[in-house]
Design a binder for this molecule. Structure first.
Ligand code: F6P
Length: 360
């Protein structure tokens, strides 16, 4: 009997998931191990169990293919996150069923590829006796203990390109254009893409904004003869003393769906300045498509690193980037606290030094 490991992808899809799968399958095969893919996220571990043996030769082309060939879910019986940083305990009967199924499948290790929510589930699976190792995924880049999560660079590249494209319309029509980006309760995508695209205003959850300040920036630009303004707004950005803008009120039973702040800012700015204003919401486009070369490399390193963790018996640990190396950290340390953009860090200082306004 060959040594057998499993892999599952949890939470929202993200560029690079397939690249991790490829790396895990290839490096496991190099050791003479076989890899079983768990289908549809964590629920694939529950009866009726859904798996597929992943053949080494099937991995061709996965390095640059978006999405996940295993499928994923951010809902279901395993849901562990309900709100801003809150974790819910999973029913012990569900964990016991998953553990029994892992044993039945003969898994010596289970690579869990996911963000904060999925890794919180992973930690509970580990505590229930499943030999889990983690790979940090999320375009939001809000996970502790790793310099960066995979998917983030690809999302930033897309968002940067989007603002570049919006610039031409803003400039040609003398408009204010607000570009709303994902990121949940962290402003990493908006901060990085905002600077990389030369946006004039960046709105992030870490720095609550005031409309007076945004309008002042627009007026300053007009005084310099620049009759257009580009605003990069994180979906979690919020006006000072106001709550996050959400699309529904499902927060009590599942994680709130953020979104709508871009339209709100555009409306208010139009009223206050009299300028023609538009909004563009990037949404799930940021999660689609091929990963950048940075992410392909990171995913390949993470996947091979996760297999090394299994070989070393380091269960309950997650592979992480600490340049120039990958290291292993307890999953427990990475979850529970969101990593947000430091307001006194280099990214914010750099933006301010260039005259970019945070609306504060
Ligand atoms: O966590 C990744 C993310 O894309 C967030 O940036 C966003 O708020 C959320 O997922 C959207 O999730 P859904 O797929 O449920 O719309």
């Amino acid at each position: 009997m060959k040594t057998r490991i499993g892999i599952l992808t949890g939470g929202g899809d993200c560029p690079g998931l397939n690249a991790v799968i490829r790396s895990v399958v290839k490096s496991a095969a190099k050791r003479g191990w076989e890899t079983l893919g768990i289908l549809g996220g964590f629920d694939g571990l529950l009866d009726p169990v859904r798996t597929r043996l992943l053949d080494y030769h099937e991995m061709d082309g996965l390095l640059y293919l978006g999405g996940t060939v295993l499928g994923t879910a951010n809902k279901g019986r395993f849901a562990a996150k309900v709100g801003h940083g809150e974790a819910r305990r999973i029913d012990p009967a569900i964990l016991a069923e998953a553990r029994a199924n892992c044993e039945q499948l003969g898994l010596c290790g289970l690579v869990l590829v996911g963000g904060d929510g999925s890794l919180s589930i992973g930690q509970q699976c580990f505590e229930a006796g499943i030999p889990v190792v983690g790979v940090p995924k999320t375009i939001d880049n809000d996970l502790e203990c790793t310099e960066v999560t995979f998917g983030f660079d690809s999302a930033v590249a897309f968002a940067t390109d989007a603002v570049d494209r919006l610039r031409t319309t803003a400039q040609s029509h003398n408009r204010v254009i607000v570009c709303e980006m994902m990121g949940r309760y962290a402003g990493w995508i908006a901060a990085h893409a905002g600077i990389a695209s030369g946006a004039d205003v960046i709105l992030i959850p870490e720095i609550p904004f005031h409309y007076e300040s945004i309008c002042r920036k627009i007026a300053e630009r007009e005084a310099e003869g620049k009759n257009f303004t580009l605003i990069a707004a994180a979906e979690g950005a919020r006006e000072a003393d106001q709550d996050f803008v959400t699309q529904d009120d499902s927060g009590a039973v599942s994680e709130a769906r953020l979104g709508g702040v871009g339209a709100m800012v555009a409306r208010e700015v139009a009223q206050r300045t009299g300028k023609e204003t538009r909004v563009c919401v990037l949404g799930h486009l940021q999660r689609g498509g091929a990963p950048t070369s940075f992410d392909r490399l990171l995913c390949t390193r993470f996947g091979a690193g996760a297999v090394r963790l299994i070989a070393e018996g380091k269960f309950g640990e997650m592979i992480a980037l600490r340049s120039p190396d990958t290291v292993s950290v307890p999953i427990l340390k990475a979850i529970g606290r969101l990593r947000t953009v430091p307001t006194d860090g280099d990214i914010v200082h750099t933006a301010r030094d260039l005259g970019i306004s945070f609306g504060d």
